[in-house]
Design a protein around this ligand. Structure first.
Ligand SMILES: [Zn+2]
Length: 256
């Protein structure tokens, strides 16, 4: 095979590896964000526990104020008791005071329930805190690994780019242009293997003369249909002579 064809085959191989590595490196931020997403559930649980505690504290404060208000009212009634003139009035104040005390007992029961609930909320908060910490460490480790892997791939990419540069420099200007044009046009698939006198990519049959030329692997010959550069690898079982009695029903091949 001609050095030029060998270079182009290697170049195509390199470019495919380069595309893969670049794709991986470019996807890193998205990948890191996906890893971060693992924390969503536990973050939410932790936040919920915090909110329950805050709500509990708020209710508790409200109940304390309620009790305070009733106690103030009762102490006012107690003072007024000293000044009452009639038995009925006296009884009315006593009733009010009793009513207030009953209300306080009821609120105190609610406060007790809040305190019991609070124990559960605090336990849950501690659990979610510990779990969040554990998962954060895990996520950080995974992200670090991904970043390391990305740096390694970056180095690999630089080595490949260097090799690509020297390969490109070894090609004639015409071959370079053709390669770059085809790479763009055919999404990196520049070369087409010929088998059974046919371009294995677009499946168009070669004219016998073109086929004979391709089998020499001596120069750049493009497929007349898909424009890819044709090359030939003798099948292991075949002898070296070109296929005989080639079919006439073919299209023209373009030579560069
Ligand atoms: Zn083709």
């Amino acid at each position: 095979m001609s050095p030029e064809l060998k270079t182009i085959i290697r170049l195509q191989d390199l470019d495919q590896q380069i595309a893969q590595l670049s794709g991986w490196i470019q996807a890193l931020p998205r990948h890191l964000a996906e890893i971060e997403k693992q924390l969503e559930d536990i973050r939410r649980d932790h936040h919920e526990a915090q909110e329950r505690i805050a709500a509990n504290q708020k209710q508790r404060k409200q109940h304390d104020l309620e009790i305070q208000a009733i106690e103030q009212k009762n102490s006012k009634y107690n003072n007024q008791l000293l000044d009452v003139k009639t038995n009925t009035e006296y009884r009315a104040f006593l009733n009010e005071i009793e009513f207030g005390k009953a209300a306080i007992r009821k609120i105190e029961d609610q406060i007790l329930q809040l305190m019991i609930d609070m124990e559960g909320h605090e336990k849950r908060l501690k659990e979610t805190e510990a779990e969040l910490k554990r998962q954060r460490q895990q996520v950080a480790a995974e992200q670090q690994e991904a970043e390391q892997s990305s740096r390694k791939k970056q180095t690999e990419l630089e080595v490949l780019m260097e090799e690509r540069k020297s390969l490109i420099a070894g090609l004639s200007g015409t071959a370079q242009d053709l390669y770059e044009r085809l790479a763009k046009l055919r999404n990196g698939e520049v070369m087409a293997l010929v088998r059974d006198q046919t371009c294995t990519v677009c499946h168009v049959m070669l004219r016998p003369q073109t086929f004979n030329e391709v089998m020499r692997n001596a120069e750049i010959i493009q497929c007349s249909n898909c424009q890819r550069i044709l090359y030939w690898i003798p099948p292991p079982e075949a002898n070296s002579s070109p296929a005989s009695a080639p079919v006439e029903n073919t299209v023209d091949q373009t030579k560069v």
